[in-house]
Design a protein around this ligand. Structure first.
Ligand code: AMP
Length: 417
């Protein structure tokens, strides 16, 4: 049975908490962005304040085995500072029995990177490139088998389990999904997970109308499943960014050297047809800021989206497109934004994306529920200083994308089951 962190009694209990401390480090192993650490602090503090002790577990990067570069020891001091409590470190997540057993209420133990073990992801490592299918199958079966002891060991350290790692909720890993069954009556989400789940429900289950999705970014292929899922739910679908040109080319437009995916043109046409059938107002760009090279210093001109000259590529939404979209956004009561509407990393082509961020902030101030999640729109809205002016900014790119695709995330299902 799922428990809730606000009503759970942590007094004298050891809580093993899966967090996402996969923070970026520079070459001196200094943290360059601690957002993910800060995001988990309320949950960690709640356990300590309730008289419990903490066993914190996470992954960092994509190590192929034990690798000092990816050691969580680099972040121990920072976690201690943010938590306001000393943090002990277990150099091997599978050999922390004594340290875990000795923990007293208020004490904290951080386990070494879970991904030093292949069992965390449950995928075999070190397979020869020319391994046969039989060998691959046997290796997979072997790691799945040894995964059982790996999970059991982690579970043995604690009395209750908290999952607060939304960033990996879409992965059925040992620490995100499999461990939950060892705590049938003592498993729960942390505050971050609760917040993300509520945000997902606010848009997918309880959306107030008009409901608008703004989907941008580079490729139709990576957003196809999201669009398909949202088509049955939204009133307006705004498609911008690099992916928009596939829709224009599919209709016979000339898109010059703009980004596009020829093999996705039938899907683009199908989306247009589905929108018509379902009464969804599809709004594509009408004109674009085109450049003569993929560079911030390129020459630019605003051109009709169906007539982009040879050698020029669409890089940002034009003012006319943005005005159309602003009208839709300000009339909406629920808005999801996923993916920038231009090459926002280059200041010359960031105006459209900035405008969308501003429009979302204005809609939020007027009472709309606005969710920014999945893909680069989160980076854009944060970089542009609008993160506090929208209703919710998701912390999990891939996880939010899969949630918006309508998939049940293993990390969520395992706690709810
Ligand atoms: P995604 O991760 O799918 O949200 O895609 C984000 C990327 O799409 C960013 O790196 C943007 O620079 C890129 N992007 C957006 N619009 C365009 C465009 N018109 N041409 C090329 N890339 C674009």
């Amino acid at each position: 049975m799922q428990q809730f962190i606000d009503s759970y009694d942590f007094k004298g209990k050891k809580a093993i908490v899966r967090v996402d401390f996969n923070v970026p480090l520079n070459d001196k192993f200094e943290i360059t962005d601690d957002t993910r650490i800060r995001a988990a602090i309320p949950t960690l503090k709640k356990v300590l304040a309730g008289g419990g002790s903490l066993i914190i577990m996470s992954h960092l990067g994509r190590p192929k085995g034990v690798d000092a570069k990816f050691s969580l020891k680099h972040i121990v001091d920072h976690v201690a500072e943010k938590l306001g409590a000393p943090v002990q470190f277990a150099e091997d997540c599978q050999k922390a029995d004594a340290q875990a057993a000795a923990l007293k209420p208020g004490e904290v133990l951080l386990l070494e990177n879970l991904r030093f073990y292949a069992e965390e992801e449950g995928k075999p490592r070190g397979l020869a490139e020319d391994a046969t299918d039989e060998e691959k199958k046997a290796a997979k079966a072997a790691v799945k088998e040894s995964q059982k002891a790996f999970v059991a060991k982690l579970a043995s350290y604690a009395d209750c389990y908290i999952n607060d790692a939304f960033g990996t909720a879409h992965r059925a890993h040992a620490s995100t999904a499999l461990i939950a069954k060892y705590f049938p009556n003592d498993k729960m989400f942390g505050y971050l997970m609760e917040g993300e789940i509520k945000a997902i429900d606010n848009v997918l289950k309880n959306a107030q109308r008009p409901f608008t999705a703004i989907i941008g970014g580079s490729k139709v292929s990576s957003k196809l499943a999201v669009i398909k899922n949202l088509l049955g739910k939204v009133d307006n679908l705004i498609i911008g960014g690099g992916m928009g040109y596939t829709f224009i080319k599919a209709q016979g437009g000339k898109i010059g050297a703009s980004l596009h995916e020829d093999d996705l043109m039938p899907d683009a046409l199908q989306i247009m047809k589905d929108c018509k059938e379902k009464g969804v107002n599809l709004s594509l760009s009408v004109a674009t800021v085109a450049a003569d090279s993929f560079s911030n210093d390129a020459n630019t001109q605003v051109v009709d989206i169906f007539n982009i000259p040879e050698g020029w590529e669409g890089m940002d939404a034009s003012q006319e497109s943005l005005n159309n979209w602003k009208k839709i956004i300000l009339e909406s009561k629920t808005i999801i934004w996923n993916g920038p509407v231009g090459v926002f990393e280059m200041p010359t082509f960031a105006k459209g994306t900035l405008q969308i961020a501003e429009d979302l902030a204005e809609a939020t101030a007027k009472g709309a529920y606005t969710l920014v999640g999945g893909g680069d729109s989160v980076a854009a809205v944060t970089k542009m200083g609008y993160a506090n002016k929208v209703s919710y900014v998701s912390t999990g790119g891939g996880a939010m994308l899969e949630a918006l695709e309508g998939k049940e995330l293993p990390g969520i299902a395992a706690v709810r089951e």
